[in-house]
Design a protein around this ligand. Sequence first.
Ligand SMILES: *Cc1c(COP(=O)(O)O)cnc(C)c1O
Length: 452
Amino acid sequence: MKDLLRTTAERAARYLAGLKDRGVAPTPEALANLGRLEEALPERPADPSAVIALLDDIGSPATIASAGGRFFGFVVGGSLPATVAASSLAAAWDQNAGIVALSPIAARLEQVAMRWLVDVLGLPPASGVGFVTCATQANFSGLAAARHALLERRGWNVETRGLFGAPPITVVVGDEVHVSVLKALTLVGLGRERVIRVPVDGQGRMRADALPPLDDNTLVCLQAGNVNTGAFDPADRIIPQARSAGAWVHVDGAFGLWAAAAPARAHLVNGYAGADSWAIDAHKWLNVPYDSGMVVVKDPRHLYAAMTVNAPYLVIGEAREPDHYTPEFSRRARGIEVWAALRSLGRQGLADLIERTCRHATRFADGLREAGYEILNDVVINQVLVSFGDGELTRRVIAGVQADGTCWAGGTVWQGRTAMRISVSSWATTEDDVERSMAAMLRVASEVLATA
Ligand SMILES: *Cc1c(COP(=O)(O)O)cnc(C)c1O
């Protein structure tokens, strides 16, 4: 075991060091080599070190280098050194984080991490927190808590009776709602098409002047950080209205809520602390390994009511039982990496990570604009949308950038216009990475335009 772990750690370190010099996308040869994995199930046991060697030889070259500093696709963070290391130690621990009796350490680290999380994001300190796999699951959990609270007021216990015959809940979303909220609405039985969609402005922000009438039977879903533009719904205008009407406000803040941690960006999240529930990713901007997200609910009783179950064999003590706050029962102790990230960064390190990545995004926007290309969004955080001309040209530049390999950025369509989307979410991105990547983008763009 000892040799195996040591050589594996060496392989992992070699892999990470090699990211500097390799293309971000795997080579066609590396992809073709994946065919070597298509063997019959072995009849006999194999030496674990041979298994790891096979994994490294074929697997490592076939990865997308999103752990490096030049991956700007989707909204994807890297993994901070302390989190990668904590994750390997935690794999050795093999803790089931579902209940305290199975892992006192995992339960304690979650408790510390949740205290730090609500502190650094400025959320109500007595909130309940569940450590889930992703923002989609966090949205699901927050909406389950909302569903419980709204129906309880109407004298309907949705956990015991289900939704058949229940009083209807009005659901309000912005027209730029993230698909994961629609998926979560599907899963909690509120339906993704019976929602009221509020028109948005040119940045994708919900228009506060276009809200429908709200009441205490309404669930309003806000977004902190649009996945294209990075824009924030005007919470400081919408939440007070919703609160006085008695509506429940849920916030999809997958990456955007982290702006609260950087003093120069914190104004963007003004008003968000007044919501009832929040969905936050850790594997994006906090830079922990997959998979990791958190649901935060101001009144923990509603999350508890939505998630708790009991059985005689479960030992339930005085302490917070983690599985009472998540859809999962048995699960990986993913609070460990959240703790490790916050413990290693500290308040200042986190502020610097958020601010630095935003600055890199601004540098991309400035450089591309100076070269004559159009930036389609106000770059308020870490997201940049750039057009290289018409849709066809922009698509060719995106394909060219991806094939070039210096960096990787994806495409999107923003309010009818095709754009390349640059998201700077990784702790690992340096100024040099930005300059190298921008040079590659500009080189590819002028090649494409020269042949247009
Ligand atoms: C990424 C994202 C999600 C979904 O997050 P997952 O972790 O992939 O489930 C939801 N909302 C927004 C705004 C996002 O950016």
